[in-house]
Design a protein around this ligand. Sequence first.
Ligand code: GAL
Length: 665
Amino acid sequence: MTGLDDLTRPPGRPPRLLYGADWNPEQWPEDTWTEDLRLMRRAGVTTVTLGVFSWARLEPEPGAREFGWLDRLMDLARDHGIGVVLATPTASPPPWLGRLHPETLPRDEDGRTEWWGSRQHFSHSSEAYRRHAAAITEDLAARYARHPALVMWHINNEYCTYDWGDEAARTFRTWLQDRYGTLDALNTAWGGDFWSQRYADWDEVLPPRRAHYLRNPAHVLDFRRYTSDMLLDCYRAERDIVRAHTPHLPVTTNLMPFWSGQDGWAWAAEQDLVSVDVYPDPAAPRAGAHENAFLADLTRAEAGGRPWMVMEQAAGAVNWRPVNRPKPEGLNRLRTLQAVARGADAVHFFQWRASRQGAEKFHSGMLGHSGPRGRGFRESVRVGADLARLGPRVAGSRLPAGGVAVLHDWDSWWAQRHEGALSDRLDQGELVRTWHRALWEAGLPTTLAHPHHDLTAHPLVVVPHLYLLDDTALDNLRRYAAGGGRLVCGFFTGVADPDDRIRPGGMDARLRALLGIDRVDEWWPLETGDRVDCGAFHGTLWSEELVPAPGAEILATYRGGELDGRPAVLRHGPTRYLSTLPEPAALRALLAEAAAEAGVRPVLAGLPDGVEAVRRGGLLFLLHHGREPVSVTVPGRHRDLLTGATVDSALTLDRFGAAVLEEQP
Ligand code: GAL
C-alpha cells in the first residue's frame, strides 16, 4: 500500500473520489449517530475521520480504556458502508496529563506555560507525553487493526507546537550534537566569536529564549530546523506503531496550509499520502481561488505528483478570522472541484456536523445548524453527487508532468525571516505566493519544487527568492541551465550558506557566473508602498545596486533616485535576474514571456478573466471564479462529465460555475 490507490479503487468497483469530514459524534447524544450516517449516505460521503480529539474519552484516567463508544461507531460506520480514517487522539492530551506531568506542557520563549483548556498543549520533547501518546496509539491500533471500517490512519492533528522549555533544551542539545558532533563545530557554525557567544559546555546551550537584543540567527535557524524535526519525530513514532498493526493501510497527518514551522518536503516524504488543510477566505473569492490553486500545486509537488488529499476545508464560515463570512452559494462546490482538478483524490471537511458547544460552535459543517433542509447541507449533497460522477474517470489520474517549477525551501525561508534582516517586509513565503499567482493568472501549468529536485522535466524554473542555497542546490541550478533549462531568478538569492554565513561577495560566485552578475554593491530594500521606476514597469519591495558581468544584457534599468541608470533586470544566456519585484501585471507579463520562450503554453488560450483551466488525466477542467456568466471557447467537441451535455466549441459558465470536459471523437 502506498497511498490512496487501494482506497480509490475498491476491488470489483469503479474508482471513486473520497468525500467526507471529521466526524465528532462524541459531542452528541448517541441517538443522532444513525441519523448522521443516514444523511452522510444521502450526501455521498465515503469516509469520515473519527477520534481526532478524543483522548480524554478514550482514557478518562491514566491507564483506563473506554473503547465501547468507539466500537459502536466503528460498527455503525461499517454497517452504513462508510470507511473510517481513524485518528490518534494525541493532539489534545487530557487535563490529567498536564496535572500529573506539568513537564508535558510547552513553554513559550518568555518561559510562560501553555496550559490545558484549549488544545495542542504538549511538548514534542516530553518523555511523559511521548510515553502516554505511544500507549494510547498502541491500544487503539491493536483494537481496530482488523475492523472492516478502518481504511486509513490520521496521526495527531496539525502538528504545530514550539517549545522553549527545559525538556526542549535537553533535546535541542542532543539534536545539535547529532548535527555538529563537537562544541567547537557548533561554535564555528554559529559564529560564536560574535558578541562573546562561544559556549564552553553543552549545558549552556539553550533554545533561543527571550534575550536583551537580537538573537544569533544561526542559533534561531537551527531551532527552527530542530522544531520541525522534533514534531516529525513524534509523528513517526505514532506512524510506526499503527503501521506495525496495519502495514496495508496508508498513514497520513494533516499539514497546515503552507505553514512556516513544518518543512513540507521532509514531512511529505514520511507519509503514505500527503494531506493538507485548506482555508482560503470566502470573503475574497478571487484571492481564495489562487490560494486554493497554490496549496494544491504545493501539496501535489510534495506528494511527488501522486494524488493527494484535502483533509480539511470549510463548507461555509470558519470562526477564527476577525470577521467570518460564509461561503456564497456555489463556492464550496467550485473549491472542491478545483482541488480535484489539481490532483486531489479525496476531499474532507472540518467538520461533518457543526458543534453546539466549545470554541468552534460558530464553525460551519457539512451539516450546519440549519439542518438537512439548510443551504449548506443541500450543497454538500450536490458536491457529493458531482464527485461520484467524476470518480470513475478522475480518481488515480495525474496532471501532465513538466510546466513551470517554482522553487521553494523551508530552510531558506527560516533563515531569511530573522530579526536582524535588512527588511522585515521581505518574506519568502509571500514572494513564492506572489510569483505563483502571476503564473496562475497567466494560465500556465505550474508546480513547486525543492532546489535539490531533478528539474530537467521543466522547461522553465523560477526562483522567487532563496536567500540560503547550499552547494547541492547551486550545482543543481548550474547543471539545469547547462542542460538547456531556462531560469528566472529573483533578488537576494544565494546570499547565505547552510550555516547562514554570507557567501563571499554577497552572492554565491557560481550563481553570479550563471546570472551574469559581476557583483551586488548594495542591497536597497524599499518601504511598503514605495515604487521604483524601471522604465516599462515599476518595482516594489527591493532593489539592488548591481554591476553586470560582461556578456549580460540589460533588459530594464532603474530611473531616478540613487540607482538611476543601474540595471534592474538582466538576461544572461538562458537566465534572467530580477533585482526588484515588478508590480503584479508586469511580473505576470515577464514570466509569461519567459514561459513562451521556454515553450510552456497556457493550458487554454483566450480564456475570459477569472476562468481557470486545468488538465488532469486527459480531462479539461474549467473553473469560473467570478459571479457574472461568461462564455468560453473550447476548440473541438466535448462532453461535460458534470451534466452529460455535449459542448460544441463553446459553453457558458454561470457564477462560480465549472465544467469537466472529455474530448469526443
Ligand atoms: C484546523 C483544525 C481543525 C479545526 C479547523 C477549524 O486548523 O485542524 O481541528 O479546528 O482548523 O477551521
